[in-house]
Design a protein around this ligand. Structure first.
Ligand code: NAD
Length: 466
């Protein structure tokens, strides 16, 4: 235990207050998991996993469907918890809870279809199996606590693994409630555990634990790189879902009214705390002024305020510290091209902000993770591709054009994992999601979701007599 003696200090306390970012009120206090507790959780998970993997696939599917039904029954409660701990508008929070339910159902449906193959060989029979990995550690961020937890949790359990989930310090409540619902729905004790606590303590303990077979990390690129390095020590499997600086590319031949009407949601949804936020708006020069004229009323009419009000489209940022970080990207001296309103008084509010910037400016290169976008003009398709790809990230992006050939050319040329044409939609639980370059490693969701939580084993059986 000696090595852990100093783990609770000012930076890593014994407990975390959960603060409602819209009111600054403390709504809960949650104990922080210590390293020995994390170790014990992994050992319990390993025992539960053995029994879970031995069940018939249909039995596992039935249990996951019961869990999905429990989430469905408590959808309103979970959504309101998300409103209070993360400041998300209630409409978005309902979608998030529904996304967790849908993922559980989708994964349950995949269990009996997770089949291996038989490959023709000479002298025998060759078959492949998908075997569960064992214990999977899921480390989640605060920006979409419920869906992101479910993206890994559901397919990992479906494929026969146990899951130990470490939620973000600021948003542990929905994850803790999901674990209670799983138990109440009949999932075996220890199969899905939630360990609230500090990243460098509980998170690090999981990442380095020899009993953890795979780490699924969603969060910042900086922490993701450290986690990948730590996983290298014992060649742990790792999926990384990291940051983004995605382009929204508007060509002169686009339906400009539609493109401008949709643009605010693409960088203001979730107060811009969205890895897929289209925070670089690239506009063909001949329609640049016209597009900005159309964008201004659309941004200003985005409804900011009480997250519990169904009419609200944008809530507060997650914390005071994060608001300071967002503020640091917006120069005091340079006037914003467009600036929305933000409520005064309590809460970590920040107004929608659009800046005219150069492609080399810090605000145009780094992930702000707030309601801030830059607009940059381009001349032609070549320059649009060059600007779009001039980033270390490659998570998502949008193209607005009426020219089908151009849409296809651009879709192939932009280096990103999730593109949309004449739309900003990125996430569907039945299609693959993940990043190019420093936006991540591996894919979640979609038809390959369960296989990502298995090892493929190939077995050759000789049919020779001697
Ligand atoms: P973060 O990297 O600060 O934290 C993410 C999680 O990692 C938290 O649970 C944290 O406690 C934990 N952590 C921190 N240090 C750790 C360590 N040393 N060892 C183990 N765990 C550690 O990120 P955040 O601020 O919570 O989330 C915002 C970031 O997440 C943004 O960059 C965003 O783009 C990214 N994100 C990516 C996706 C995606 O799918 N690509 C989705 C959502 C968010």
């Amino acid at each position: 235990m000696h090595a852990y003696a100093n783990e609770h200090d000012d930076a890593h306390p014994h407990q975390h207050d959960v603060v409602n970012p819209a009111t600054e009120e403390i709504i809960a206090t949650v104990p922080a998991t210590s390293r020995p507790e994390a170790d014990a959780a992994v050992r319990r998970a390993a025992t539960a996993q053995q029994r879970w993997a031995a069940l018939a696939p249909g039995d596992r599917a039935r249990q996951l469907r019961r869990f999905a039904a429990a989430v469905d029954e408590h959808l309103e409660e979970l959504a309101h918890l998300e409103v209070r701990e993360a400041g998300h508008p209630i409409g978005n929070a309902r979608w998030e809870a529904g996304n967790a339910r849908d993922l559980l159902e989708y994964a349950a449906g995949g269990i009996e279809r997770l089949t291996g193959s038989q490959i023709p060989v000479a002298g025998g029979l060759d078959v492949t199996f998908h075997e569960p990995l064992g214990v999977v550690a899921v480390i989640a961020p605060w920006n979409f606590p419920m869906p992101i937890a479910a993206w890994a949790l559901a397919p990992a359990l479906a494929a026969g693994n146990a899951v130990v989930l470490k939620p973000a310090e600021t948003t542990p409540l929905t994850a803790l409630r999901l674990a209670e619902l799983a138990l109440a729905a009949g999932l075996p004790d220890g199969l899905f555990q939630v360990l609230p606590g500090a990243g460098p303590v509980a998170g690090d303990a999981l990442v380095r634990h020899p009993g953890v077979a795979k780490v699924v990390f969603t969060g910042s690129t900086a922490v993701g790189k450290r986690i990948m390095a730590a996983c290298a020590d014992d060649v742990k499997r790792v999926t990384l879902e990291l940051g983004g600086k995605s382009p929204n590319i508007v060509f002169a031949d686009a339906d400009l009214e539609r493109a401008a009407a949709a643009a605010p949601g693409s960088f203001l949804d979730n107060t811009g705390q969205d890895c897929c936020a289209r925070s670089r708006i690239l506009v063909q020069r001949e329609v640049y002024d016209r597009f900005l004229q159309l964008l201004e009323p659309a941004v200003k009419s985005f409804v900011v305020g009480d997250p519990a009000d169904p009419a609200t489209q944008m809530g507060p940022l997650i914390s005071a510290a994060h608001r300071e970080r967002v503020r640091s990207y917006v120069p005091e001296s340079a006037p914003a091209a467009i600036r929305g309103e933000a409520p005064a008084g309590k809460g970590y509010w920040y107004p929608a902000t659009v800046l005219e910037a150069g492609p080399g400016d810090r605000v145009a290169r780094e992930e702000v993770f707030g309601p801030v976008a830059v607009v940059i003009p381009f001349e032609d398709e070549d320059e649009a591709v060059r600007l779009a790809n001039d980033t270390a990230y490659g998570l998502s992006g949008s193209l607005w054009t009426r020219d089908v050939s151009r849409a296809l050319r651009m879709s192939r040329a932009v280096a990103a994992g999730n593109l949309s044409v004449n739309s900003h939609s990125s996430v569907r639980y039945w299609t693959p999601f993940g990043g190019f370059k420093q936006s991540g490693l591996g894919r979640e969701l979609g038809p390959g979701a369960l296989a990502a939580f298995t090892e493929t084993k190939n077995v050759f059986i000789s049919t020779q007599e001697d």
